[in-house]
Write a protein that binds this ligand. Sequence first.
Ligand code: ATP
Ligand code: MG
Length: 238
Amino acid sequence: MGENILQLEAIKVRYSGLPVLHDISLHVDSGETVCVVGSNGAGKSTLLRAIMGTQRVFEGRVVFQGEEIQRLRTEAVVSKGIIYVPEEKMLFQPISVEENLRLGAYVLHDRGTIEKNLRFVYTLFPRLQERRFQAASTLSGGEQQMVAIGRGLMSNPTILMLDEPSLGLAPILVDEVLDTVRRLKAEGMTILLVEQNVREALDLADRGYVLQTGKIVAEGTGQELLKSDMFRSAFLGI
Ligand SMILES: Nc1ncnc2c1ncn2[C@@H]1O[C@H](COP(=O)(O)OP(=O)(O)OP(=O)(O)O)[C@@H](O)[C@H]1O
Ligand SMILES: [Mg+2]
């Protein structure tokens, strides 16, 4: 894989004085898909929010392309090329698919680049092109998730962070959304993925980290983690 893009060095996060993340260190290299798995409340979303600057980092460093960013405001983090697609998709329901997508390009000013990125999103998700004038509210759950991801791609991010993109979807749509992630990976996108469908997510990821009550308790390639005893007993019940 390519050079280091994102590195967390022993970050600590607290909520009203209470520690929720303890000395988290991880890295994502260019072109990698890295997955963080962990049960409800482990701190996965908090980790992504700490990178985005929507959650204060109490101690430790977040380094993006060689630069410390843990004290930057979220707008600055976004304009550096870090895009976060949160658990709650937060689409604007009454407006069209295409208008939702265009909102993702708000940091860009060049029309040509915006149109090029829109074409890329439509190539990736032909179904969104077919439905581009439909209100977001009329889409299926899986299609709405594609809009949320597509909106993130509209700014041509250096790293795309997806927080449980398959949350709340029926099994068939889960596969569809994870397939989307697989295609993005094939396009060379650098991805940090948080998922509850641990088996599928680790299967598609290059590497993974297991987060348990705010600590990283295991790391390795997706295949290594799927085979490890600790992991199998904690997540798969076998
Ligand atoms: N704003 C907040 N104030 C106080 N505690 C919080 C806040 N947000 C999250 N927490 C707590 O921090 C811990 C980690 O939460 P977080 O949302 O990061 O978990 P998660 O791994 O994303 O869980 P899930 O899989 O349910 O989304 C939980 O115990 C949660 O209750
Ligand atoms: Mg979460």
